[in-house]
Design a protein. Sequence first.
Length: 409
Amino acid sequence: MTAPTLQVLVGFQSTTAFATPFQLDNATYGLLGTGTLGGYQMVDITSMVQSASISRGRNREMQQFNGGTAQLQIYDPTRLFDPLNTASIYYPFVAPRQPVQILAGGVTIYSGFVTDWDLDYGYTTSANVTTVACADAFTVLSNQALNAYTFTLQSSSARVAAVLTRPEIIYQGAYSVGTGSSTLGAYAVAAGTNVLAYLQNVATSEQGYLFISAAGVLTFTGRSAVLNPVSSIAFVDTGSGGIPYRTLKNAYGDELLYNYVQTQAPPGAVQTTSDATSIALYQAQQYIKLDLLNSTDAEVAALGNYVLGRYRDPVLRFTGVSVQLAALSGADQTTALSTDLTRIASVQKSYSVGSPASVTQTLIVSGINHAITPGSHIVEYSFESADQSAYFTLNDAIFGVLDSNLLAF
């Protein structure tokens, strides 16, 4: 068994105008009606790459997803990627904001843009090493602002779409908007409001997820998408039945302990909910969010109760595993590489003493990091807890039984 084949593509302009190129047989750039003839031409620079690292996701649940970053170390003795080299075939198009795709085993694991070409000329003219820093499409949204505007009363998913299609934004990348469960109010937005920060507040008001997928798609997922979770990938420490992991991380502390919760959408009143038993045991641990966008006090209160119900007691959580892909079969490599953020995973841990002898947790993938060097490809997955309550689902044989399941807010 060997590590999956790495492929790194960087786009160089073939016209003088910024554009998204149309390319036949390309899943991202080959969509009819979305590309521009000319524009960028994706170039395979894999043979020059010495190492690659990728970091995507968020540090802890209840926080926002970070922009995904990547770093490539490239051996460039002929100065192909030196913007001062007029003899380079890419001159004068070595510049920031060039598109980047990283694939492993034919699976896209990162899509973004070059933010910096860091040239290290070394001690000799033939020792040039270039470090390429990359960021995903969050870097675009974080540098955009909304004009003064008042949105209509609409669902959280409709609000995301409305922001992305505002005339001052007109988001040019691919995006996928899932079904939201919250209704957001017709609140005025001040001129200069940061687009990324506003969209992240929409996600918080939904208790959903906003992130850039491995394929570079801006993705909004409503909270209902992870109710009644079913695992699509299993990580195991012994035996068969899943992908073997090298290391397992866990957390059992007060970092996700909230027993006094205050929530508010600005036009309404502060909604307070608490758990006296938890406060007596652990003292008051507060979660306060007073700038929500939900349309009614009732929905704001329901969100607070939802947070309290999930985090009023400490829970030992499996928070991460690491996997060496070079030790896996080709099929397991594909499964591991195809797992993206917010996918559902199960993690199993065996014990030599005590009871029970084995514990399995169903979790949400909230972070994915890659460390790629010749002969090695290590992936670290971070997890956050999935809501294990059984919620009522129409037309489901198990979750659609009346008087036997909970109603989600």
